[in-house]
Design a binder for this molecule. Structure first.
Ligand SMILES: [Zn+2]
Length: 292
């Protein structure tokens, strides 16, 4: 399914990205067994990560979003490549079913309202681009918007939504992102602002059956927008045995010797997909020999 679409206004003043991430957030639940509140929080961050990744220039570029807040979920991490393929991790997937005053799920309590959002972009330069901004709400959409405005000076609208069924499975999830390009026309800005005051929530639009293509055009309605492209994005972990071996290789020789002396094979579990990579004593001896 083509679940990520990008559109641009006719005059090139602004562009939009929209995603249907229902399958991606379902996959997060399957892998991490997240509570309802964490499904929403990590789901929102993952939706943002995929769209932000899809804005990178090259497919092999990557982007890491990390929220380190004072909420009960602990660290929330999303890694996306330049195609928008994502993987996510949370310290405490079962963090509480806390409710706010209206009886809804309080995302702020699991994310935290104090903390930092960090964005690391690997775009083929010697040093990765690295930026941190304080959380402003812990609702994630506003925090991403604030990151773009304060850190990259790009006027941005970011809307994220994860809607759960009564049994906490994912009904729909997705988001959209609008950004102004330099020297954006004032009249286009006015139209987009007006669109934003009238638009339905992104989860409502998805729930009503709108496609990412339709949403990406809808948010730019009135500016004669054109569809730029559509693609399929999925939850995908790129871990493998060779990568895990490189991590072992980076350990101290004494640490590897200790593992060998214990005489048991070791299992290295990937935090993003729960795959286990096993290294027996022979493997550990080979790795130790390669180090010296
Ligand atoms: Zn993995």
């Amino acid at each position: 399914m083509l679940n990520l679409a990008r559109s641009i206004t006719k005059d090139g003043s602004a562009f939009s990205v929209a995603i249907d991430a229902t399958d991606i957030v379902s996959k997060i639940q399957e892998i991490h067994h997240t509570s309802a509140a964490v499904s929403i929080a990590l789901g929102r961050l993952t939706v943002a990560g995929s769209m932000m990744g899809a804005l990178l220039k090259n497919d092999q570029d990557s982007l890491t979003l990390r929220i380190k807040g004072n909420g009960t979920a602990g660290n929330l991490i999303v890694v996306s490549n330049g195609m928008g393929f994502v993987k996510s991790y949370v310290d405490n997937p079962s963090a509480g079913m806390l409710t706010n005053d209206c009886g809804g799920i309080d995302i702020q309590k699991v994310v935290g309202s104090n903390g930092m959002l960090s964005v690391v972009k690997n775009i083929g330069l010697k040093q990765p681009y690295n930026s941190q901004v304080p959380l402003i709400s812990g609702e994630i959409g506003e925090d991403i918007t604030n990151y773009y405005v304060t850190s990259e000076q790009i006027p941005t609208v970011c809307a994220l939504g994860v809607l759960l069924n009564e049994d906490s499975t994912v009904k729909c999830a997705g988001g959209f992102l609008i950004q102004l390009l330099p020297y954006a026309d004032e009249s286009v800005i006015d139209i987009i602002e007006k669109n934003m005051t009238n638009i339905k929530s992104v989860s409502k639009m998805l729930d009503e059956g709108m496609s990412p293509q339709e949403i990406s055009l809808k948010v730019l309605e009135g500016t004669t927008p054109n569809l730029l492209d559509e693609r399929e994005v999925i939850y995908k972990c790129d871990c493998d045995r060779a990568r895990t071996e490189r991590i072992l290789m980076s350990l101290d020789a004494t640490e590897i010797k200790n593992m060998i002396n214990e005489g048991k094979p070791i299992n290295v579990e990937c935090h993003f997909c729960n795959s286990k990579h096993t290294f027996d004593i022979g493997d550990l001896k080979r790795i130790l020999a390669l180090k010296s």
